[in-house]
Design a protein around this ligand. Structure first.
Ligand code: ADP
Ligand code: ZN
Ligand code: MG
Length: 480
């Protein structure tokens, strides 16, 4: 029995976040009343003239540069003809043979969805082109509605080469792509809002073969998890079919996430002939070398560069830097904290450990974190100066998260200033020794473990405010 390997290529659509649509001045906005953000241009009325959105073009070129693509000096728009209610004009503006970006690659590493460690590899891109999004159909019992607010929104299509072989690799590729795009502020990539969508192509072949099998295209995958699950399912289905002597036909299948199954949408015989032709109402877009140089100058810092800088400038570990840069909003938050904070390493610990837990509980993320970066910096400074200890800091932090008050205010209101005055601590130490003769006896008989218990008793008597280092020192002195 031969063994099989899967071949996977992805077509990813990402909406560019812009003020206005791709070829008209209607707002590019999600969630408005249906059909309120439309005009004669995006509705394709006769005689209107489309005009390309330069900010959207800057964003696709930025994406291309960050994905190591060759930016084309001459590109153009084409009409893709088809008749379907999601397009009011019977064609979609897209790019056929002269897209903005050709070639390129996205580096993947780390862990896949299953948690398995992936080899470092580059996923090559075929192209990135610009098109306009189409309207959104909603199906009710006996009829359907169409909302054209989305029609004309700038939509980048990122086409990969069939370079991936496992669902984990596809998952890691999508994760890396999303991270780049979010970092560069191109899109929020919110899949629930349709800002990022993936079509997945998959075929199988005998291991060692270099030819390609007939591919199946999976559509309607609305989460990275669905991409992973549907690929795992589809690979298994194709292998079983071939082992049963069936032949895989090229077809388009949908994914039912509830049932965990793919189903046939259309076969090859229903493939479209789109009759592409150049859009006659727009000139080709021409870039000079200088234009491309200027695009390069405007590139943002990517996660890998940020990680190196965090390790170098803020003295955090590789691991810390990795976690801090996972999300741009988190990296930005950390950087804001470091501006007024005496100890970036302590700050990093709070941002990695304490804060995400609280955010998750509250269903918030870094972008709407209720603790201001300057306030977290102040909390870190209070710990650094020894005004409060780490345990009290947790209480203060919880209160900051709840009420939005500054740490200084909370410490003052609740009288939480750490007691470092040795005579005050000594009084607590003596009391703890008097209260716990049995444990003191055990300690003196050579059981060092009870020291921790006695320290705890002193801390309790001080209501958590004693400086733990002084407590340990004074207690050891008293008992020796
Ligand atoms: P189509 O003409 O059907 O759009 P393309 O050749 O443009 O097909 O490829 C579309 C996507 O499918 C690309 O991401 C590509 O990598 C992927 N792809 C192409 N051939 C295969 C194959 N045999 N198996 C898996 N993926 C493939
Ligand atoms: Zn419009
Ligand atoms: Mg294609």
């Amino acid at each position: 029995m031969p063994s099989y390997e899967a071949v996977i290529g992805l077509e990813v659509h990402v909406q560019a976040r812009t003020e206005s649509k791709m070829f008209c001045s209607c707002p590019n906005k999600y969630g408005a009343e249906p059909n309120t953000l439309v005009c004669p241009v995006c509705m394709g009325y006769p005689g209107v003239l489309p005009k390309p959105n330069m900010e959207a073009i800057r964003k696709i070129v930025t994406t291309g540069l960050l994905c190591n693509c060759e930016i084309q000096k001459k590109s153009k728009f084409d009409r893709k003809s088809y008749f379907y209610p999601d397009s009011p004009k019977n064609y979609q503006l897209t790019q056929y043979d002269m897209p903005f970006c050709l070639g390129g690659y996205v580096h993947i590493s780390g862990k896949g969805f299953s948690g398995a460690e992936l080899p470092d590899m580059d996923i090559h891109l075929t192209r990135i082109h610009m098109e306009e999004d189409v309207g959104k159909l909603t199906h009710f019992g006996t009829h359907s509605g169409v909302d054209y607010n989305r029609a004309g929104v700038p939509l980048m299509e990122i086409v990969s080469e069939p370079d991936m072989h496992t669902p984990d690799e596809a998952y890691a590729y999508l994760t890396a792509l999303k991270q780049i795009i979010q970092y560069a502020d191109i899109s929020d990539c919110d899949m629930e809002k349709g800002q990022m969508r993936a079509d997945v192509n998959v075929s199988i072949r005998e291991k060692g073969s270099t030819s390609f099998g007939a591919k199946v295209e999976l559509k309607n995958l609305n989460s990275f998890r669905a991409v992973h699950r549907s690929l795992a399912y589809e690979i298994k289905r194709q292998i079983l079919a071939v082992e049963n002597g069936e032949k895989i036909e090229q077809e388009t299948r949908g994914w039912n996430d509830d049932l965990g199954e793919s189903y046939v949408m259309r076969g090859k015989e229903n493939a479209h002939d789109y009759r592409y032709f150049p859009e006659p109402d727009m000139l080709p877009v021409i870039f000079t070398d200088e234009d491309i140089e200027n695009f390069k100058k405007g590139l943002p810092e990517l996660p890998s560069a940020k990680r190196e800088r965090f390790v170098r400038d803020f003295n955090v570990t590789e691991y810390d830097a990795q976690v801090l840069t996972q999300e741009k909003a988190c990296a930005d938050y950390f950087e804001e904290v470091t501006k007024s904070c005496a100890d970036p390493k302590i700050a990093a610990n709070w941002i990695i450990v304490e804060l995400p837990g609280k955010l998750a509980e509250a269903g918030k993320d870094f972008a709407d974190c209720p603790v201001k970066a300057a306030d977290l910096a102040e909390l870190v400074n209070l710990i650094h100066k020894g005004t409060i200890n780490g345990k009290i800091a947790k209480t203060v932090f919880a209160e900051m998260f709840e009420s939005g008050k500054t740490p200084a205010k909370i410490v003052e209101e609740k009288g939480l200033v750490q007691v470092s005055d040795e005579s005050a601590i000594l009084a607590f130490v003596e009391q703890a020794i008097a209260n716990n003769p049995t444990q003191v006896q055990q300690y003196k008989e050579g059981n060092p473990k009870v020291l921790q218990f006695l320290i705890g008793q002193v801390m309790k008597l001080s209501k958590g405010k004693a400086n733990p280092q002084s407590v340990a020192k004074l207690l050891a002195e008293k008992l020796s």
